[in-house]
Design a protein around this ligand. Structure first.
Ligand code: AMP
Length: 302
């Protein structure tokens, strides 16, 4: 696996592959790789001839009071994880490489999908994400790009962006990888103290409680939401940012769960903000986001 730090070098390295028609798979990350990232890389490996992983903590998607400066970074470890999951290139540019003009004049604006859920508490976040992912798509020009369902709103927004802006690639959403006790893997889990780490399981337990109640026949979103809040309340260090039951394509709240619904939550455990979600059918079974998105926005033939 090759470490590449500049756009020019990556383009030069990929050119021979492109010439011979190799399929390029791309996994964008902010580094500090864990098994969730590795599962995306492995899926890209299975479905492509060349796999590129990007490792870049993107400043424009962090708010002024967020954790940009202390976000965990370890390129040496990332290289080992990416290589063993099957990556061919790890692209780790500097901020200056990705934002060569300090006063950027161009951004990708996102509509109402960015004003709800995480977008409400993180204004500008999805604009930063859409902008950096557009830059990365232009740099790598992949045939397929892989994202995790853990960041459902991000995956939805990027899938709509690929669809509306005619990016010539397939966007694949991979299932959320969890720790044994259900906590969704995240680079931010490293911020948690041992007690907080235990309490953090309430996010997944709340989603499981919703699935259980659906199985028992409950369809009322208000009651399901209250039940989720009760589970979260068991963790003394928890503070709810949002717990929402929404339409999985518009992200608008629904009164009842009579079709596939997104259960999404963001909860502070101590000072660490964690997110999780589940796409649940009315009978409580889980549906994959990839399946839902493929039905909603079929991939254009390239
Ligand atoms: P990040 O480095 O947190 O920006 O994540 C990079 C990519 O990995 C995003 O598409 C995430 O959705 C995905 N990802 C992060 N954590 C997980 C997880 N636990 N399971 C599946 N995908 C994940």
């Amino acid at each position: 696996m090759q470490l590449v730090k500049t756009i020019a070098e990556l383009r030069k390295s990929l050119a021979p592959f492109r010439r011979r028609g190799a399929r390029i798979g791309f996994v964008p990350t902010m580094g500090y790789l864990h098994e969730g990232h590795a599962s995306l890389i492995r899926q890209a490996r299975r479905e492509n001839d060349v796999v590129v992983v990007s490792d870049f903590v993107n400043p424009t998607q962090f708010g002024p009071n967020e954790d940009y400066a202390r976000y965990p970074r370890d390129l040496a470890r990332d290289q080992a994880v990416a290589a063993s999951a099957g990556a061919d290139f790890i692209f780790a540019p500097s901020v200056e490489e990705m934002y060569p003009d300090g006063d950027s004049q161009f951004f990708v604006e996102v509509g109402s999908l960015s004003e709800v859920l995480c977008g409400r508490s993180r204004p500008g976040h999805f604009r930063g994400v859409a902008t950096v992912v557009t830059k990365l798509f232009h740099i790598v020009q992949p045939d397929a790009a892989y994202f995790g369902q853990k960041d459902y709103q991000q995956a939805l927004i990027l899938r709509r962006m690929v669809h509306e802006l005619f990016f010539p690639l397939r966007l694949v959403v991979c299932p959320t990888v969890r720790e044994e006790d259900g906590l969704a893997m995240s680079s931010r889990n490293t911020y948690l103290s041992p007690t907080e780490r235990q309490e953090a399981t309430v996010l997944y337990q709340a989603l499981q409680q919703a699935a259980r109640l659906l199985r028992e026949g409950e369809r009322d979103a208000g009651r399901l939401r209250q039940a989720m809040l009760a589970v979260i309340g068991r963790a003394p260090s928890s503070r709810v940012d949002y717990v929402e039951i929404v339409d999985p394509l518009t992200l608008q709240p629904v009164p009842r769960c009579d079709k596939t619904t997104l259960f999404a939550l963001a909860v502070f455990i101590g000072t660490t903000r964690l997110i999780d979600n589940a796409l649940l059918n009315p009978d409580g079974s889980e549906r994959s986001a990839s399946d839902l998105f493929d039905m909603s926005w079929p991939t254009l033939p390239s």
